[in-house]
Design a protein around this ligand. Sequence first.
Ligand SMILES: Cc1cc2nc3c(=O)[nH]c(=O)nc-3n(C[C@H](O)[C@H](O)[C@H](O)COP(=O)(O)OP(=O)(O)OC[C@H]3O[C@@H](n4cnc5c(N)ncnc54)[C@H](O)[C@@H]3O)c2cc1C
Length: 401
Amino acid sequence: MARLTSDFLIIGGGIIGINLALEARRRFPDARVMLIDKESGFGEHASGRNSGVLHAGFYYTANSLKARLTKEGNQRLTEFCVERDLGINRCGKLVVAKEASELPVLDELLDRAQHNGVDLQKITEAEAKEIEPRVRTYRHALFSPSTASVDPGEVMRAFVSNAKQVGVNLLGNTQYQGTRDGVVKTSQGSISSGYVINAAGLYADKIARDFGFSEHYQILPFKGLYLYADDKSKPLRTNVYPVPDLRNPFLGVHHTVTLDGHTKIGPTAIPCFWREHYRGLENFNFSEFVEVIGRETELFIRNDFGFRKLALDEMRKMFRSRIVSLATDLVSDIQLAHYTRWGAPGIRAQLLDTRTRKLEMDFKMEGDQRSFHILNAVSPAFTCAMSFSEYAFECIGELIE
Ligand SMILES: Cc1cc2nc3c(=O)[nH]c(=O)nc-3n(C[C@H](O)[C@H](O)[C@H](O)COP(=O)(O)OP(=O)(O)OC[C@H]3O[C@@H](n4cnc5c(N)ncnc54)[C@H](O)[C@@H]3O)c2cc1C
């Protein structure tokens, strides 16, 4: 390929990269915007392999970016789906308590919802059963009316089509391989770019390091498995989630109602041994294996942020009987025999702060006048993609002024 030139080069064609490209075109209508992805299609990783839940925004502390961007992201993506006639199941969500000790966490979530301006209702057990008759909760539950389900693949395709329409130059099968003197080297040749934006998901930390960023961070991959209910199991009317452990960024095994009204349980957060460790030895990479296992072993031995328990609990969820038993705590009349099909797993690109040895809870971005790096676009970044990209460009605007 002859050397290409762009004003903005975006690395990574997930929902964040595509929305950043759209935002670049909106703000700079005359700029040449190019997006590369190493896969032949777009949204092949987290953006096409997630739960498809549009989160409401009540889990996050008031001062966080997640709190700031999720409520608006939910509204905008909901409107986008309606305008574009994409499927959306506005089935809401219940958060249920297993025992008395979990009730203070429900109150904490309610408090966070109020701070974040998110509609969340504290309801009685009887009211929860009116919403979903099979739900199990201790005295109270929370109901979120604005939580909804979509088909992530369909949403991705709609954004890709928008990007093509507005003139974003989308290049698949083009892997970022390095950078030197303002030129990015790819598997298809070199690209000169005015400004580089890195939205490479599981590889964002590595790419950021080439530009002098992500000095104190490393991405740890966590695998999310889903187990689907068969057609004989009774459908649920709403998503049902447990009270989360607020010390880590995962929400716990829950029941998700999919766009077509089926239910699935999951996702897990099992530590992977390399970055794209979806199944068996698929995408095995020796140097990544050494790097990831080395870090995980260290966290396990030191038991940083309770990693030992987290890893062991999550690994047990690989067993069908275990994950179904956890799902039974939330909803009655769940039968193991009805849950036999594992769906396509997704991998969370979760950032670890290597100085504090803690998982980064919030979105994280770093950049300067030459480049900008999206380092922790974890859940609910799918929900937030539109507001997230707008915010990222506000930051970029301040850097390049
Ligand atoms: C199991 C699971 C469940 C989730 N559930 C939800 C949910 O219900 N709701 C929600 O809001 N969020 C959810 N999320 C989070 C959400 O999916 C992610 O936050 C979002 O998809 C991140 O998008 P992204 O564009 O940053 O990353 P990705 O979609 O991973 O995109 C990164 C892209 O970069 C490309 N890339 C990587 N390296 C290179 C390279 N060297 N050269 C070129 N291209 C490269 C990859 O091919 C990939 O396409 C979930 C995530 C997981 C894993």
